[in-house]
Design a protein around this ligand. Structure first.
Ligand SMILES: [Zn+2]
Length: 324
């Protein structure tokens, strides 16, 4: 037994629970839970602020400057300075508000991993012009990191040490998660959402599933996960739910692209409707992560493309399993 559980027992469960609510158990002040602002649906996305010894550390910056300004009002109410801004990945809904945050908190240093910074500068998939055409409030110019760190190396911000890990070729081409060891808080970006309809449009659900396996193994002690979309929750539960969702989606699309299905590898409108209806039955009324009315149809197309290109003899175990 390590020192902390032993001390909890020594103090007595009730007294300790009361003490923890205010100042922590024993002589250790409890770390306050991170603050969260979720932009409105459709396409709700989160920003978080962590209380660090030297001020607040913000994780992700929302989709637009207008969304960011609403979060900034909340953050200012804490009366604490923002010392750093961290990005999880380059998708427009996480970086579009960076300029507004930077103007509001000019002393805060904007951090991104080398992979995320490169992805923002190259925009290989043309996501930013797409975001601008879909939402006129998306900024005309991006705000890039002040400081770039090597993927996978710890970052020290505001007196905190956060571990980082890089995940490639999954939900996004490259993504960073941030882990705070003293509280076991995991800021997972879009590696696992919570009760939301994800975007599968990059057509890499198998890579995403493998990333989820790696994520569990890399941070086995993670307690609460703070996802990019949806409410925070137990890390293991959110990872398992994301895994189930992706496997189910793949299992539903697979018969629609089978050679002996109507029109073979082409997904017919009827097949698409039946996949969407089955997902809606399994996950009723889950809000989408993007403000894109055709998100689920695009997801079916992307997963169909991915499955058609997969070599069935070389599909990794993480992706081959049927929906539980
Ligand atoms: Zn997102």
């Amino acid at each position: 037994m390590n020192r902390r559980p032993r001390r909890l027992l020594a103090l007595g469960a009730v007294g300790c629970a009361l003490a923890t609510a205010v100042v922590g158990c024993g002589d250790e002040p409890a770390a306050p839970r991170p603050g969260r602002y979720a932009s409105p649906d459709p396409g709700s996305v989160n920003t978080y602020w962590i209380e660090a010894p030297d001020g607040l550390v913000v994780v992700d910056t929302l989709r637009t400057p207008a969304d960011a300004r609403r979060a900034i009002v909340r953050i200012r109410k804490t009366g604490k300075p923002v010392v750093a801004l961290l990005l999880t990945h380059s998708h427009p809904d996480h970086v579009g508000g960076a300029g507004a945050f930077h103007r509001a908190f000019p002393q805060a240093v904007l951090y991104a991993s080398r992979g995320t910074d490169k992805a923002m500068r190259e925009d290989r998939r043309g996501f930013y012009p797409l975001a601008r055409s879909a939402n006129p409030r998306f900024p005309t110019e991006l705000t890039y990191a002040d400081r770039v760190f090597e993927d996978g190396t710890p970052v020290r911000v505001g007196g905190l040490r956060l571990e980082t890990a890089r995940f490639t070729d999954g939900e996004s081409d490259t993504a960073t998660v941030y882990y705070r060891p003293d509280t076991a808080d995991l800021f997972s970006g879009d590696l696992a959402g919570s009760g939301v309809t994800p975007a599968l449009i990059e057509g890499n659900t198998c890579g995403w599933l493998r990333n989820l396996t790696r994520l569990s193994a890399r941070f086995p002690d993670a307690g609460t996960m703070y996802p990019g979309h949806g409410a925070p929750g137990p890390a293991r539960t959110l990872i398992d739910e994301q895994r189930r969702y992706l496997r189910r989606f793949r299992a539903l699309v697979r018969p629609a692209v089978a050679p002996d299905s109507p029109q073979g590898a082409t997904v017919t409108p009827g097949e698409q409707r039946s996949v969407i209806a089955a997902m809606e039955r399994a996950y009723p009324h889950q809000p989408p992560v993007a403000d894109l009315p055709t998100l689920v149809q695009e997801n079916v197309k992307a997963v169909a493309r991915e499955l058609t290109e997969e070599d069935p003899t070389r599909v990794p175990a993480a992706c081959a399993a049927p929906a539980p």
